[in-house]
Write a protein that binds this ligand. Structure first.
Ligand SMILES: Cc1cc2nc3c(=O)[nH]c(=O)nc-3n(C[C@H](O)[C@H](O)[C@H](O)COP(=O)(O)OP(=O)(O)OC[C@H]3O[C@@H](n4cnc5c(N)ncnc54)[C@H](O)[C@@H]3O)c2cc1C
Length: 324
């Protein structure tokens, strides 16, 4: 084991760490140690990291802001590569940034320049641009796919940077080419925003902040645990149930909201250890202080079972499980 650490260190230098506790790198504040941990700040860093993990046949994981993941209590038995290129530059109506840049910082800079398109993300602390592009993050019907113009990503197989335009990214609900196939590490992104009056922008920010203050819990979390289910998709499979849910107020904005389904199943407030299904939002599990990943997994399992039994719906995780 020590031997692998030395081989990695030979290639990656003093920045390489061992047994780094991962909880502080996640918004859930949950997760054990990474056997090896490395922050890639430059193109050369990321190329070197990919080269050496392939050569030594080591498992690795790309970490953004850790706001959409649950890391196991036993941590990750491989190399965590934290994306550290976090620069942001603005020119005319475009924002260029490193994949490790904070989504909220990019939003604030665009707002300060009267550019519209990222207001919805105010309040998503922790998320990076790279993570947001990969999962096509969105709120209020305003997905990343509306503003992404160009992405530069490292093709892991070829160890070569490639350029993607918006179409190449194959965006869909919570989907992109970067999610469909794990062959790419997003490295830089160019976003195209729209000039707007500061009044219009202020109104959109206010809507976002008010919604988040009202609906989002204050405790650490990973955002929504489950994906919402497109109503049309659901109707095709079970029109009778779809109508029942529509009448029960569970379907809205073209989606069956997972939070509402969980609320109707009377699961809000249920707790195991330090993990609790939020009282504010049924699709959030919060860490009230000393939650373990195991506590969260048990709650996820209870939710899935009860929702399946009550409504015949198979919920699917939106968060990613790491190290399980
Ligand atoms: C309080 C709260 C509110 C939230 N609200 C919303 C919301 O309104 N809408 C929404 O869509 N999401 C929301 N989220 C979820 C989350 O913030 C987003 O999904 C975000 O885009 C994840 O970005 P990240 O940098 O934290 O990614 P991580 O959680 O670090 O990683 C997510 C995935 O992206 C991969 N990844 C990260 N960076 C890269 C990269 N550079 N190249 C390739 N792969 C990469 C990881 O390997 C992983 O597969 C919320 C989360 C929280 C905690």
């Amino acid at each position: 084991m020590g031997d692998i650490f030395l081989k990695l260190k030979n290639e990656l230098g003093e920045k390489l760490k061992r047994d780094e506790i991962l909880a502080p790198y996640t918004t859930f504040k949950i997760g054990g140690p990474a056997r090896y941990f490395y922050e890639a700040n430059s193109e050369q860093d990321i190329i070197n990291a990919v080269k050496i993990v392939k050569k030594l046949n080591i498992t690795y994981y790309i970490l953004g802001g850790g706001s959409n993941i649950l890391i196991s209590d036993s941590g990750f038995n491989g190399l965590i590569i934290k994306i550290g290129n976090n620069w942001i530059a603005i020119k005319d109506n475009k924002i260029k940034c490193g994949a490790g840049a904070s989504l909220v910082k990019a939003a604030r800079l665009s707002i300060a320049n009267n550019l519209s398109g990222l207001e919805w993300s105010i309040g998503i602390q922790g998320a990076t641009i790279g993570g947001a592009v990969k999962v096509n993050a969105e709120a209020f019907n305003s997905p990343m796919s509306n503003i992404v113009e160009i992405v530069s990503a490292l093709n892991i197989k070829k160890n070569k940077f490639e350029i993607f335009d918006n179409k190449d990214c194959k965006f869909n609900y919570r989907q992109s080419i970067f999610k469909d196939n794990n062959n790419y590490i997003i490295w830089e992104t160019e976003l195209k925003l729209t000039k707007a009056s500061s009044n219009k922008i202020k109104k959109l920010i206010k809507e976002s902040i008010n919604h988040r203050n009202k609906k989002y819990p204050k405790f650490p979390s990973a955002g929504s645990i489950f994906k919402n289910i497109p109503y049309e998709f659901f109707k095709k499979n079970s029109k009778e149930l779809a109508d029942k849910l529509l009448n029960a107020g569970i379907a809205r904005l073209g989606n069956i909201g997972a939070g509402l389904i969980i609320e109707k199943a009377r699961l809000k407030g249920k707790a195991i250890g330090g993990a609790k299904i939020s009282l504010e939002h049924g699709n959030f599990i919060v860490n009230t202080g000393n939650a373990t990943a195991e506590n969260v997994i048990m709650l996820i399992s209870i939710i899935k079972q009860k929702v399946r039994a009550n409504y015949g719906i198979q919920l699917e995780e939106e968060i990613e499980l790491v190290g399980f």
